[in-house]
Structure formats: structure tokens, C-alpha cells
Design a protein around this ligand. Sequence first.
Ligand code: NAI
Length: 687
Amino acid sequence: MTANARAQVRLERDGDVAVIWIDNPPINAGSAAVRAGLLNAIDEVARDERIVAAVLIGAGTTFIAGSDIREFGQPLAEPQLPMVIAAIEACPKPFVAALHGAALGGGFELALGCDARIAAPETVVGLPEVTLGIIPGAGGTQRLPRLVGVPRALAMICSGERVKGAAALAASLVDQIAEGNLCNAAVAHARSLAGRKHRLRELSVLAGEPQAVADAVAAALKAGKNRPAVVAAIDAIKASALQDFDTALAGERAAFQQLRTSREASALRHQFFAERESAKHPELLGAATRTVQTIAVIGAGTMGTGIAIAALDAGYGVLLLEQDGGALDRGGSRIREHYAARVSARKMATDVAQSRQESLRTSLQWNDIAEADLVIEAVFEDLDVKREVFARIDGLARPGAVLASNTSYLDLDAIAAATSRPQDVIGLHFFSPANVMRLMEVVRGQATAPDALATGLAVAKKLGKLPLLTGNAFGFVGNRLYAAYRRQCEFLVEEGAWPEQVDAALQHFGFSMGPFAVADLSGLDIAWRMRQAQAATRDPAARYVHVADRLCEAGRLGRKTGAGYYRYAEGNKPMVDEAVHALIEQARAEKGITPRIISDEEIVRRVLLALANEAALLLAEGVASHATDVDLALVNGYGFPRWEGGVVFWARERGETALSADFAWLAEISGPGSRIGDPRPLLASSR
Ligand code: NAI
């Protein structure tokens, strides 16, 4: 029987208690059919005199873990959730929500509409609506403050925080943790409540100290970057203490309805769907994954230690190898310091930190590679060094082990060719810091076997990463996009904008930092060395901005030298430097460029176009797997504002005709060497 043909809600009886099963796999989403089924069941509970109380419970692995994504952005079908919750509250018999798996969004609001909540130990509860640009719209902002107080409700709703098991009990989000059979425990609890109603709406709000409320508001606005959904959530939660329940509830619903149709919510839904899309790889269907328990990481530098921490945190055994004893000691200390800091910040229990570190072995002897199921190389970014390391790994690793390189730019096929098993070689491109950044590129070489690739993707998931499958091309997806972005910003400077204007305009748009401030932070020398290495093969006719080279020649390598595009004094705050202006003016004069005034609007437009154009090229070349992967890379790796959706989201709003003309304009203004992408593949939505 298909899910649709089966009743999504069914009422069973356990003596005098009704057990209402919600059965809408895979996540028991609160669809229109579920809501209608619940209304019928509630009606039956109210009418049947033999029933004294009821339990709401999810069939399968979870309670209602979220909304029906088919309703995202569409008009809501009747009956709507507030009506269901109102029926529970109006029913004179008590309802107990029995939670397991996840009770999120509307699922948790439904639970808040019940008289009590009882949860299995690992249950996760939360109201993550703001992460989709909306607010809880079925009483979450009104009932939660009655349960946990205004300050805690502000923190939880404005961040979309999910709270698990024991922590949920400690915070009063659930009344009881059921250690044994959840349904039986909930039925017993419901029976004990017979004859009494505990409507949350009847409790007075735990307003909290004014200072605690003000602090929670300030923290929420800061972390939520003043986004409209956060502001609306704050207003709605505050209203719980200022207005009567029904007035505040109506206000919440109105704000929810208005936000649902906003551009921001649509951009955030785009990001949500892009993540689902990024995991679809029809060409890998049926590819088995190889078992991975032990990971060898080669190179204990910045990336190697971050990768080791990420792997330890995911439960892998890790072998960290080096060529240099000093580097190995420093890497080992960095890992120990990381865990010590987690413990002292109370982010990790001492015994957990201890057991993670016990899964780590550091060594200068590489023979143990034979134990590894996956080897991740993170040595210097130099093809000869990497080829040498891979040849050595090839001689030691067991047959069938997956061999991965963390290279940012180098040719994966050239690295694979140093081994006798290129089918086992993949790219696993982590971003820095590797234990923090969610983005990861999983790179396919020419000879890579599907199961090696599928294993890379599975490990990435287990590490908690957002993996994007990419082709093997210079800079893969992310760094190629970033290079196009940087190039365009340099053009803008050459034509008349100052670096600080470009940075400010893009920060105002929402980037976490401007490109020149980022360049100073990461150091200008790495890119300089790369440009020098590429000088011989560069198209001499292509437009080339010399400003960065001149800065480096003057010893201005960024923050680490106290100067780059900006000057840095105490506190590391970037300061505008007239010497940089002079250097830029000189570079313009040498090319005979008369500077013009460039508007902030032009800066943002050209940056978006340069990114969209590069995205079109990446798709045409088969480097990006899905158009929307570009938006995931930008948001999760490069500080692009999530609430703007990404450049593909933006391009789809512009449409084909406008975009074709825009691309041609961009190529003209960017000058020789510009390539124009075909916008059509960007615009084709696969949904
Ligand atoms: P790093 O210089 O901090 O560390 C490299 C480590 O590799 C050093 O400890 C060195 O002793 C060791 N090493 C060098 N040759 C070796 C060999 N033959 N055998 C064993 N160990 C050797 O470099 P980082 O930043 O950690 O980068 C490593 C790789 O990760 C590079 O390919 C880089 O492109 C890539 N990457 C770096 C990112 C970053 O932001 N730093 C981001 C993403 C990738």
C-alpha cells in the first residue's frame, strides 16, 4: 500500500485512552491530510464517552519532524494547524504528546497544544522556523514563553535551536523522559490526567527580568543579523507578556502569513531545496560504499589537524602522519589544545574529550597506513610533493582503501597517476577551519570508481559536512567562483572604486567580509606565488590588474605584515591607507585609465553577474553537478548572505533575456579575456 492510500492518521484504543497514530513517512510531515485526520480523531475523542484521555504519537522513526515541503511557499490548504491545536484545547479531555525522533516546527507546536509532553531519551525538539525566514505560526511564540519564560523562548526561537532529550527535560520543554516503551508510558500518563485539563494558554507568561529580556533580545538580533524573521519573532514573543492570548496569537499568525510570501523566505527555501538537490547523484545509484573505520591523515599542518579533529568527532579512529617531527608535535599540541578549550568552555565533557583523543595516534612511521580504510593527504600544495606522497601511500595502503587529496587547486588526475590505483583516488577538499566549516568538495577524477566517490560522500556526511560533488578542474567549484569574484572586484578598483568602497558595498549587501579585507586576513602572498607560477601560461592579451602584485612587492602581505589593502595597528582594525590609494592611482595611470565614480549598486551588480557567469561556465564544463550547488558553495564557504539565496536564485529572478544581455555587458566592461556563459542551464530548476 502506498503512503497516500493508507490513512495518515488512525485512532486505536488502549482501554479508555485513545492512541492517535500519525503515519506519514518518512518524517510524518504535518500535511493537509494529517491535519484533517487529526481533526477527525480529536472529534472522536471528544464525542466518545468511553475515552477519558488521548495520546498523539508518531508511527515509524519520529514524531512530526517538520512541515510538508510541498506546501512550502504555496497557499496553505485547510484545515490549518492552528485549527487542530484549537480543537485539542477545546476538547475537555487531556492530550499527551508522545515524542520520539524529532518534534520540530509545527510538530513541536502541536505538542505545545497538548496537556503534557513525554519524550523518548534521544528526542530532539525545537522551533527552527526562523532558519526558513518565517516564525512559528501556530502558537509557538505564545505557548513556549509560558513553559520556559520569555528570555529562553527568545533565545530558542530566534536561533532555531534544537534541544535534545535530557536538556529538553531540564529546560521544561518536555515533562518526562520515557525510558521504556514510549506509547505505554504516554498512555499511563494520559490516564493519570483524566478529568483534568492543563492548557498552556491558561498559564501566565514567565516574563523574566527586564534585563534578561533585553539581553536575550540584543543577543538574538546580533546573531540573527537583524533579519525580518528574527525581528518578527521577538515582537511576537514579547507580545505574549503584553497582550491577551488570543490577540497575541492572531498577531503571530498575521506575521507568519506575511513572512511566508517574502523574498527572504523564498531565498531560504531555495537554500533548503538546494541542499536536498546536492545529494542527488543518479550516476552513483547502486554504487556501494566501502567501509571506513580508520582514517589516516598525512600532514599535521593547519588543515591536517582540523581534518583529524573532524574525524575524531565523528567517531573515526585517526592516524596522523608527518615527515617532520617538529610539525607532528605542533599538530598534536593543537589537537590537545582544541579539546582542552572545548572542555573549559563547557562545550564538551571531560570524558568525551578524553575518549576522542584516545582514538588518535600520531606517528612519523607510515607503515601503519596499512590499517587505514581512507587516507587523506594534506601536505604542501605542490604537485611534485603530493605525487611523491601518493606514490608512497600506494606502496603501503591496503587494496581497496580510498586515497584522498585535500588539494585546493592541483590536478587530481596528475596526483592519481602517481599511484597504481587511480580508481581509488578522490579529492576531499575541506575548507578552513576543517573541523568547523560545513562545506566540502568531493572531487571526481577521470578514473575514480563510483564506489570510491560514494564512500567519499558518505564519509563527508558522517563528518557532518555538506558535500558537493565536483569535477576535476582548477579551483573546483568554490575557488573558481571566488577567483571570478575577486577578479571583478579588482576591475572595479582599477576603474575607479577604492578597496574600502568595494568592501563596504559588499558587506552592506550581506557578505560577512569584503574581498579585500578577506585577502588581507588570509595573506596576499599565496595568491601572488600562484600568479607567478601561472605567468608563463597566462593569455597576454587578457586584462590583468597589477595592484595586488605591487602591494606584495612593497612587502604588504596583509595583516601578518601590518599592511595590505589596509593598514593595521593595535587591535587589527583595518584602516584606510593613502599609500594604497597612491599605488592604485599609479597603476591606473600606467594603463591610461581615467577613474570614474562607481556606485555601490554597480559594485553589487557586477559581483553578482561575475559569479552567475562563472556558475554558467562551471555548469557547461560539468564541474558543478547541479546549478544550485553554486549557491550552497557561496553561502557555506564564502560568506555570501544566506537570506539572499545565492547567485542562481538571483539569476532565476532576472530571467533568461535580461541575464543574456547582462552577461554580454559584463564581458564588455570586463574587457579582453572575458568568457560569456550560457545562462540557460542556470535557470532550469529541477524541481
Ligand atoms: P600547512 O603548511 O599548514 O601544512 C602542511 C603540512 O604538511 C606541514 O606540517 C608539513 O610538515 C607537512 N608535509 C609537507 N610535506 C610532507 C610530506 N612529504 N609528508 C608528510 N607531511 C608533509 O598547509 P595547510 O594549510 O594545512 O594545507 C595543506 C593542504 O590543504 C594543501 O594542499 C592546501 O592547498 C590544502 N588546503 C588548505 C586550505 C587552507 O585554508 N589552508 C584550505 C583548503 C585546502
